[in-house]
Design a protein around this ligand. Structure first.
Ligand code: ATP
Length: 259
């Protein structure tokens, strides 16, 4: 079940934010989207989630135009975690996570055993079981971020699209989340995440899409995209490539590219 975009152009207000974007994201893999501030990462993810209309080009999931999939089915296929997600009601954590099951439940039906299992698995995956009975407005920013991810995971989507999911997490929870995303991908889910940290991307991503000013600079295996020339082109930074203990090549930024 491939998620793909072809010749995508998207405008916000009267600005063209994405142009000529083509990429095929593959299930069972973690794809990181990276690029400078304002390069269009969030816009691309929101378009992939079917939340923004394209001026040109299409988003397809398994060959079907995303705009033509009815919202309930789309919500079962794609789980979207926005940047700076907020909680509008002060509900208990478990009740908030349970909302992630709505695309699977018939109206007015109670919680099924499958719902309870999925909610439990999502709480466990995000290390939020101990928070289950707490009120959401009494959580720290990082705790809230994990609970919101749990809500998305409870929906057991085929694709997880997460916009900077590490932003408010401490280092332990960042590493735990990246491990979790890798485990989800290993179970067959397609995972697309916006990241800022090159090293985390090299550790966690199978594939990398580099954006600059709304256009794709590189898209391919992380070991090829996170190298000197594409990073110079996308970010204007020089990197030192350092192998980690597992032989993965980590790009460590060491300075700005001289003009
Ligand atoms: N509603 C809007 N109207 C007009 N322009 C917008 C609107 N929202 C965002 N933009 C512009 O679109 C461009 C892309 O924004 P987007 O949020 O996709 O970038 P990003 O790569 O996710 O950035 P960041 O790393 O800062 O989160 C930016 O130049 C931004 O200023």
């Amino acid at each position: 079940m491939e998620l793909s975009v072809s010749d995508l152009a998207v405008s916000l207000g009267n600005r063209q934010v994405l142009r000529g974007v083509a990429a095929a994201f593959r299930p069972g893999r973690v794809t990181a989207i990276l690029g400078p501030n304002g390069s269009g990462k969030s816009t691309l993810v929101r378009t992939l989630a079917g939340l923004l209309d394209a001026d040109a080009g299409h988003v397809r999931i398994d060959g079907r135009h995303i705009a033509r999939i009815e919202p309930r089915e789309r919500a079962r296929l794609i789980g979207y975690l926005p940047q700076d997600a907020t909680v509008h009601w002060n509900v208990r954590v478990r009740d908030l996570v349970a909302l992630g099951r709505l695309p699977h439940r018939s109206p007015f039906a109670g919680e099924s055993e499958a719902d309870a299992m999925a909610i439990g698995a999502a709480l466990a995956a995000t290390d939020t079981f101990p928070l289950a009975a707490r009120a959401t407005d009494a959580l720290s920013g990082g705790e809230r971020a994990r609970v919101l991810l749990a809500r998305v995971l409870a929906g057991e989507p085929r694709w997880l699209l997460a916009d900077e999911p590490l932003a408010s997490l401490d280092p332990v929870h960042q590493l735990a989340l990246l491990d979790q995303l890798r485990a989800l991908a290993a179970s067959g889910m397609g995972v697309v995440i916006v990241l800022h940290d090159l090293i985390q991307a090299a550790r966690a991503a199978d594939d990398v899409l580099l954006l600059k000013a709304g256009e794709v600079v590189a898209f391919g295996p992380a070991a090829e995209a996170l190298t000197h020339q594409p990073l110079r082109e996308a970010f204007g930074v020089e990197v030192m490539i350092v192998p980690d203990e597992q032989g993965r090549l980590l790009p460590v930024p060491i300075g700005r590219t001289k003009a």
